[in-house]
Design a protein around this ligand. Sequence first.
Ligand code: CA
Length: 233
Amino acid sequence: MNKLLILVVEDDASVKNLITTTLKAHDYRYLAAGNGETAILDTSSHNPDIVLLDLGLPDMDGVEVIRKIRTWSNVPIIVISARSEDTDKIEALDAGADDYLTKPFSVEELLARLRVTQRRLLMMNSEASTRNPVFVNGRLRIDYAAGCAFLGEEELHLTPIEYKLLCLLSRNVGKVLTHTFITQNIWGSSWENDVASLRVFMATLRKKIEKEKDAPQYIQTHIGVGYRMIKVE
Ligand code: CA
């Protein structure tokens, strides 16, 4: 049983129909808004569990909608954008979106994104209630208080930057983090060189936590966008 309430913000009728039909068939509740202003109002009055937000809206920029919603709400936001709007997508993630779908997308992709977001929601709720200083994801365990990480029983030997990276990803598990967001958090700046260094550190970190190089379990690469830690089931 799902029964989560999804706010669908989309002005294109055919895309909206595809989404709402899919939601209905999979036992989600939904509300639909055709512009940014209605989206903001609906978010505050109906308190949806997840917002699916098209970036190209008739009355305002979708990124503006995210900034407004983020002033009072942490609701997970999945943006929907056309392939040509890569920079918009990155801007949306930096403004506080959690994930993105690129048009055209399949029903399976939509459902997969919703599942990832639901797992993130569960995690956010349980963390808020327990304030656990230990993060557990599959065999990966991070003891934030002690400042160390383990894979199964084995302690990981991480450099300070690798550990910082791992913590940043874990504290945002399920969320796509852009290169800019990560480099600003790790080095306090974001130059081309930082993004190049980030790739290097990410590669060494992965070598230590991923068992299979070709099938990464914990850290997903979003080419041209950034990285995400996956919540392992
Ligand atoms: Ca549109």
